[in-house]
Design a protein around this ligand. Structure first.
Ligand SMILES: Cc1cc2nc3c(=O)[nH]c(=O)nc-3n(C[C@H](O)[C@H](O)[C@H](O)COP(=O)(O)OP(=O)(O)OC[C@H]3O[C@@H](n4cnc5c(N)ncnc54)[C@H](O)[C@@H]3O)c2cc1C
Length: 289
């Protein structure tokens, strides 16, 4: 199923993101998680690609297995960093042969110690170039990333949205946002995006923050993101009580998702970190009458 078509059905599309585990035990845990989340009838799931394309093959293999063995539409994240065009071609070709129809075209984060990062010879510099290549050479439905609070490298949000438009013009058919914790950021971003003539679905990316440590880690990975004071205070108050922290994170994410879905967002993409309990509870809350 092409993901862009799911969004045309007019109902919220719920999707779950996983990463390729490093160990056999990690794979067993992931398959258990996917089994539990499959009961929620996701529109699709996606599998990330490690820094600089380090899990390119593992990501492709996992996506193929999930779609073939579990019957869930699966999308691979594909990154430009550290990857030659021929390597991309090989991976994309093998996924196309296995019936995969969707990819998320990303630049990937440059190595932290290389501020003047350049693509490998023959590689791509930005996601719009990768999207154009995928569109020209393969028939995939292409998704892309976007940043309601601005990508950290962009000088202004206006500049970032101009670059986003290039990505959509290159063939990206839907966008998934970086995680955010205040829905106002999504709604004002959406207004800007639409004003810039970008008409594709913009899917909110949501991660339930299940502990203060989880919140702080995410903020390191997503520099510049706003942390609502009340969420931080409630997680701090929960301290070492894991159940209470989980309740806080689930309640916050549920309120976010309710507002987003009721306001007409095309769906919710959950960052699961390969675990199901928080995502399941948020999903149940959304569907409780
Ligand atoms: C939903 C989602 C999933 C992700 N999954 C992964 C993953 O699996 N693996 C991983 O390594 N990373 C992942 N990331 C992180 C992402 O790779 C990084 O944020 C990366 O720094 C930017 O990727 P991009 O595709 O948005 O890049 P781009 O669209 O290339 O944008 C990067 C920066 O360059 C600017 N820019 C864009 N196009 C141009 C242009 N043509 N000319 C000049 N400037 C331009 C933008 O304004 C922005 O500041 C994900 C992010 C999101 C939101």
């Amino acid at each position: 199923m092409r993901i862009a078509e799911l969004f045309q059905r007019g109902e919220p599309v719920y999707s779950f993101e996983f990463f390729p585990p490093k160990t056999e035990a990690g794979y067993r845990n992931l398959y258990r998680t996917i089994g539990e989340l499959k009961r929620l009838d996701p529109g699709f799931v996606s599998v990330t690609c490690g820094a600089a394309g380090s899990t390119r093959r593992k990501t492709a293999d996992l996506v193929i297995r999930i779609q073939r063995d579990l019957g869930i539409t699966a999308m691979a994240h594909v990154v430009c960093t550290g990857t030659r065009r021929e390597e991309l071609e090989e991976t994309l070709g093998s996924m196309a042969d296995a019936g995969i129809e969707n990819v998320l075209a990303l630049r990937g984060d440059p190595p932290r110690d290389q501020p003047d990062w350049r693509p490998v010879p023959g590689g791509f510099h930005h996601a719009n170039e990768l999207a154009a290549f995928v569109k020209e050479r393969f028939g995939f439905c292409i998704g892309g990333a976007c940043y309601p609070e601005k990508h950290p490298e962009a000088t202004t949000l206006a500049e970032d949205v101009d670059n986003l438009k290039r990505k959509v013009d290159a063939g990206v058919e839907f966008l998934i946002t970086q995680l955010f914790l205040d829905d106002d950021d999504y709604w004002s971003f959406l207004e800007r995006v639409r004003a810039a003539g970008i008409e594709v679905p913009v899917v909110p990316g949501i991660m339930p923050m299940v502990s203060l440590a989880n919140l702080r880690r995410c903020m390191v990975l997503s520099p510049g993101s706003k942390v609502p004071a009340r969420l931080e205070a409630d997680l701090a108050a929960a301290g070492e009580d894991a159940e209470r922290s989980l309740d806080v994170g689930v309640e916050w994410a549920t309120a976010q998702c309710r507002d987003l879905v009721q306001g007409g967002a095309p769906g919710i993409h959950f960052y699961t970190l390969n675990r199901s309990p928080a995502t399941r509870r948020v999903h149940e809350n959304l569907h409780a009458t």
